[in-house]
Design a binder for this molecule. Structure first.
Ligand SMILES: [Zn+2]
Length: 387
């Protein structure tokens, strides 16, 4: 397949964001922080490539797009480029601030909406003020005005510093997901599948590739976070692994919680390359656990459980407030839509819990089938046998 040149790919992705000319409605601090995250992640990815013994020319670029999704592609110049819409960072920042205002004031009411029953998609079912968090926009001005109004509705507080950290960790996770596609050779694998029979259907391959990218993103996020804590401690700055882990868990739960607003039920993910976001969150949690040494695992689990629980409680409060009309009224006759994806079951044995458990098992199986085909893992397997 012919590759686009960098400039053409960039134009398709919305053009470059110039920090000196941010779009009206975007907080310049959010743009600056996103730039710093992208820079720091690029440095971390260099280290990851060194550790993997695999150097691949890659770059990341912040674009003007308001999309909620990052993307990656090889371009004709021989580079792999990760495109990071500034809309992603701005949405994460607003979501963090909106959710953190419930911290310490959680009502602890579980709002049970079944993700197993098919739900009908209607963008009018999203409360008007929350639309810039959840919907995609054709008109950038409308998106930025809506997001600025939502940001302005949250009183500034001490939690804003935490919101910045959550935005950083969420964005870093998404960048790491795209980088994993590069590092693990997913593009080469998909190309190989065009020429030869690899024993997997196209859908199985894509599902395995995405599960591998999510797992790797979790492991890389853990690595980058831990390296940042070690570096801060070396500078004699205040930093704690536990607080970092709590934030990482909250940030990952949050970003999967607000993803893919139009598809809330499990059935919608049967024939698509991704698992349901609740399953993706579980997979990330498991992969982060497996990526750290046994001495840190118990402490991670405690923070992970806390971060997940606090984020889900905030989502439930957000949903309660949405149903109460706090984020704007819906048109008469329009059914309200769940504002998040994290509808875990009411009991450990509940049907939702079983769907998540089964989904996690099959995502891990998909990932392992793809890893068995990837040269990077073949080298690791050989290395493991030698030791
Ligand atoms: Zn992906």
């Amino acid at each position: 397949m012919d590759q686009l040149c960098f400039d053409d790919a960039l134009a398709i992705e919305g053009g470059v964001l110039e920090l000196s000319r941010p779009p009206a409605g975007l907080d310049p601090q959010v743009a600056l922080a996103a730039f710093a995250t992208a820079q720091a992640a690029a440095g971390g990815f260099e280290t990851a490539m060194d550790r993997a013994g695999r150097r691949i020319p890659c770059a990341n670029v912040l674009t003007l797009s308001t999309s909620p999704r990052c993307s990656v592609r090889p371009v004709a110049e021989g580079l792999h480029v990760i495109f990071v819409p500034i809309g992603v960072a701005a949405r994460l920042h607003a979501a963090s601030r909106v959710l953190l205002r419930y911290w310490g004031k959680e009502r602890r009411v579980r709002v049970h909406q079944s993700p197993i029953d098919p739900s009908r998609w209607d963008p009018r079912g999203v409360p008007p003020q929350l639309r810039p968090l959840l919907l995609e926009y054709d008109e950038p001005g409308e998106f930025w005005r809506g997001l600025a109004a939502l940001e302005a509705s949250v009183e500034p507080s001490a939690a804003d510093a935490d919101a910045q950290e959550l935005t950083h960790l969420g964005l870093q996770f998404l960048l790491a997901h795209e980088f994993a596609h590069i590092l693990h050779g997913h593009f080469e694998l998909l190309e190989r599948a065009e020429r030869e029979d690899l024993g997997l259907t196209r859908l199985e391959l894509l599902r395995g590739v995405e599960a591998d990218a999510d797992s790797t993103a979790a492991a890389l996020s853990m690595l980058l976070l831990n390296d940042a804590v070690v570096a801060a401690l070396a500078r004699q700055e205040a930093a704690q692994f536990e607080l970092g882990w709590l934030r990482l868990s909250y940030a990952v739960t949050m970003l999967f919680g607000v993803s893919d607003a139009q598809r809330r039920h499990f059935g919608a993910y049967r024939d698509c390359e991704y698992s349901h976001p609740a399953v993706r969150g579980e997979l990330a949690s498991r992969a982060a656990y497996e990526s750290i040494g046994s001495h840190g695992r118990e402490a991670w689990q405690i923070q992970d459980r806390e971060g997940f629980t606090r984020c889900v409680r905030a989502f439930d409060d957000l949903l309660l407030d949405s149903m109460d009309g706090r984020f704007g009224k819906l048109e008469v006759g329009v059914e309200s839509l769940a504002v998040h994806n994290m509808h875990h079951g009411m009991s450990l044995m509940g049907p939702t819990q079983k769907f998540i458990f089964d989904g996690l098992q099959s995502a891990m199986a998909d990932r392992e089938r793809v890893r068995a085909l990837l040269p990077l893992f073949a080298r690791r397997r050989k290395g493991a046998k030698r030791d």
